[in-house]
Write a protein that binds this ligand. Structure first.
Ligand code: SAH
Length: 227
């Protein structure tokens, strides 16, 4: 999978993309992530990418020209399956969407800033708009990093033990059961006996019951959804 990210703050991705699973996915050539500085695509001598909104009002708006030039340059090199704009009013990111996007070959992710981007970019250049939650961030970079993490870990071969993604919350329509590790007892707080029993069938049943209970308590809506 190839991911091209258009941003005015490429350095913001240094941390999240150079550690752990995303780092490993890139090293194994399962994910290729390219960052593009939007300012490199302006014709303005001050490398300006924002301007005042027509009709006034507070805040600056990201201009269409540099975004269009950057997207055109990328599209001239290869075809893209999706051109995504991170936006609080986009479709809410969930595990199903992460699964579907992880199957794509090439995608572009555009990070907005300021008051947002010129609406014509959304109308004519963007194919999908994604929000990571009903709150407003200062820019699309953190949202894009969340999206990339959620997709990349699902690419087959990225996680060492593939079943570990399959048993994650949401993956099978249920939340994950609780997990424990050593010591067996801490301050009198014990690990459930059944997990120490070695009886695989009973343990599997216990895990399923716990998943169901947790889902009923915390995300009852998930049980009504078709999977
Ligand atoms: N004025 C806009 C918000 C702009 S926030 C509005 O009210 O809808 C600036 C940028 O941050 C946006 O262009 C978008 O790229 C990003 N952003 C903010 N919140 C986000 C969220 N919840 N999910 C995804 N991207 C978000």
């Amino acid at each position: 999978m190839r991911i091209d990210i258009i941003t005015i703050f490429p350095e913001m991705f240094d941390g999240p993309f150079s550690e752990s699973i995303i780092k490993r996915a890139q090293e194994k050539n399962l994910a290729e992530i390219h960052l593009h500085q939007l300012r490199d695509y302006t014709t303005d001598k001050h490398r300006k990418v924002d301007d005042y909104a027509f009709s006034g009002g507070a805040g600056m708006v990201m201009m269409i020209e540099p975004v269009a030039r950057c997207i055109d340059a990328l599209k001239a090199e290869r075809d893209y399956d999706e051109i995504i704009y991170m936006s609080p009013d986009g479709e809410l990111l969930d595990q199903k969407m992460a699964n579907m996007l992880s199957l794509q070959g090439n995608i572009i992710i555009l990070c907005g800033h300021y008051k947002g981007i010129d609406e014509r970019i959304r109308e004519h250049l963007i194919t999908k708009e994604i929000s990571i939650g009903n709150y407003v961030l200062s820019g699309g970079e953190l949202a894009a990093a969340v999206l990339v993490d959620s997709m990349v870990r699902l690419i087959p071969g990225v996680l060492g033990d593939e079943t570990s993604a399959l048993s994650d919350s949401f993956q099978d329509g249920l939340l994950s059961p609780p997990v424990y590790t050593r010591p067996r007892e801490f301050r009198g707080w014990k690990v459930p006996e059944i997990l120490l029993s070695g009886d695989e069938k009973l343990i599997a049943e216990w895990k399923y019951e716990q998943s169901l209970k947790r889902t009923k308590e915390r995300r009852p809506g998930m049980l009504d959804e078709e999977s």
